[in-house]
Design a protein around this ligand. Structure first.
Ligand code: XMP
Length: 511
């Protein structure tokens, strides 16, 4: 790839990935690297951004980047910790802040003749999150902006294309953050906006053709966004040499296996649907511990996939839908080399398909980019907009042991909930939704009869990555209608509750 690219040096901030996503939204390619592992080809980057950090530039745990080859030679934007670092170690001063500097603030002063602040005006809302403050600018520092509480909210270094800001332009609440990144990257650093979904598709298809030649590739489809988009890219590159396997574990949503398989076939994919429901249910018999259920499902999946992969002659590659957040090396709070690299121990014990060479066409993309790439290949928007769904499926939404009957009940309940979310235009406003079948029977009355039946919990959350989540404030009328429909239509359920717990301390799934 010959794209213009931007280097983001990570000091461990929770917002670093958000910076990268904002830069990518500007159609500019960027990479995140740990602050202490500057890539050897740093010359090929057009600009550098220093992230924030949970650490302080004062005291013991200072994170020291080696900026010698970069500082003053390339346009640089230092955010929060980055801004404090440049100040503290270049003739300025950083001290503990007297006032709280978290959350909303407004720029009360802007040096208006600066391209850095083009189209941004006094009063603009910015997001602060820091406990240290810059008391004195570094040598050559020129004040660019202030808020009521923070005098040195933005500065530049005279004679360099180095800019520093105390606030976070990457978060949604900094209303002109996108404009500011645009000003820095496009106007000041002259980075070309050449990273588009179309260019990604063209280059990736070409690269895959070169890499794979006439080799055969096997890929496990899950019905989710990542594996589907990866399959489509590979299909464009190598056509029938891509062998897709879509396994029905019997724990999918109602009609999902048939519907999604038909959809995959309609996309022209060389896909084989394997109904292994009975094998999975058999392996789950008598298991009620969530981790044992997960393990059993994982083991059977590998067995089924391995059996199927063996039926393909001379397969050389395993394709995976790995995305960028899975491969970014994380920075530990102490600044040590904390590379989270996944390794396969015990290689001899791995199933045969896992010994194949691995191809990962999405490993440079964030989730929202995967969707944009899928859309640019005209993939169905329902498929691209689907909620995440866990690999073990309904097994971890049926608390305790599983039976076919319980799976059927939950599939019916889940289908009513999800269909209603779509009908009320709420589906796309929710990050993930589903129903849980509780191991609780309670008394009810239907007509003149006493019932003693199951209780289900509905769960709908908003989130960006599943790490934290909050419950969605669904309209009472929606809940009322959905609850009525479930109790009237699904035999065996006489009570519906709505889960109003956030994560943390709860989790999204109940098991
Ligand atoms: P929790 O319940 O941990 O879920 O808050 C966070 C996200 O991860 C999904 N999840 C799983 N996905 N295998 C998966 O593939 C699993 O065992 C699993 N457990 C949870 C969950 O659906 C949510 O999106």
């Amino acid at each position: 790839m010959q794209h213009n690219k931007v280097l983001i040096l990570d000091f461990g901030s929770q917002y670093t990935q958000l910076i990268a996503r904002r830069v990518r939204e500007l159609n500019i390619y960027c990479e995140i690297h740990p602050f202490n592992k500057i890539p050897s080809d740093s010359d090929s980057f057009k600009a550098v951004i220093l992230s924030g950090s949970p650490n302080s530039v004062r005291g013991e745990a200072v994170l020291h980047p080696e900026l010698e080859g970069i500082r003053g030679k390339k346009p640089m934007l230092a955010v929060c910790y980055g801004a404090q670092y440049l100040a503290h170690f270049s003739g300025g001063e950083v001290a503990e802040s007297n006032t709280r500097e978290y959350g909303r603030a407004n720029l009360s002063y802007i040096k208006t003749d600066e391209p850095f602040f083009e189209n941004i005006h006094e009063g603009s809302q910015v997001w602060m999150s820091h406990s240290d403050t810059i008391k004195q600018l570094p040598t050559g520092g020129v004040l660019l902006a202030s808020t009521n509480d923070v005098e040195n909210a933005a500065y530049k270094i005279e004679g360099e294309e180095t800019y520093a800001i105390q606030f976070h332009p990457e978060v949604y609440h900094s209303t002109d953050g996108y404009q500011l990144l645009n000003n820095f990257l496009v106007k000041i650093a002259a980075v070309e906006q050449d990273w588009t979904p179309q260019s990604f598709v063209e280059e990736t298809v070409e690269g895959l053709q070169e890499q794979l030649g006439d080799d055969k590739v096997v890929l496990g489809l899950s019905g989710g966004v990542d594996s589907s988009v990866a399959a489509m890219l590979l299909h464009k590159a190598i056509g029938k040499n891509l062998y897709c396997i879509f396994v029905n574990n019997g724990l999918l949503r109602k009609n999902e296996f048939e519907d999604v398989l038909t959809q995959y076939e309609g996309m022209g994919l060389n896909v084989k649907g394997v109904d292994a429901s009975a094998r999975f249910l058999d392996a789950l018999k008598g298991l009620s511990d969530p981790e044992l259920k997960r393990k059993a499902i994982g083991r059977v999946f590998i067995e089924v996939f391995d059996d199927e992969a063996h039926l393909i002659q001379d397969v050389k590659w395993l394709a995976q839908g790995t995305i960028y957040p899975d491969v970014i090396e994380s920075v530990s709070a102490t600044g040590g080399p904390s590379a989270t690299i996944k390794s396969h121990h015990n290689v001899g014990g791995l199933p045969d398909f896992m010994k194949l060479k691995v191809v990962e066409p999405l490993k440079a993309l964030f989730k929202d980019e995967v969707r944009r790439v899928g859309a640019s290949m005209n993939m169905d928007k329902h498929l691209l907009g689907r909620h995440p769904f866990p690999g073990p499926g309904l097994a971890i939404r049926i608390l305790g042991d599983l039976t076919e009957e319980k799976v059927r009940i939950l599939q019916e309940v889940d289908a009513i909930f999800i269909n209603n979310l779509r009908a009320w235009n709420l589906y796309d406003k929710v990050w993930q939704a589903g129903a849980m079948l509780l191991p609780v029977n309670s008394v009810g009355v239907m007509g003149d009869e006493r019932t003693y039946e199951k209780c289900v919990a509905l769960r709908a959350v908003e989130s960006t990555d599943g790490m934290t989540a909050d419950w969605v404030n669904l309209p009472y009328e929606f809940l009322q209608k959905t609850s009525n429909e479930i109790i009237n239509k699904v035999k065996g359920v006489n009570r519906v509750v709505y889960d109003i717990s956030s994560k943390p301390p709860a989790t999204i799934e109940w098991e």
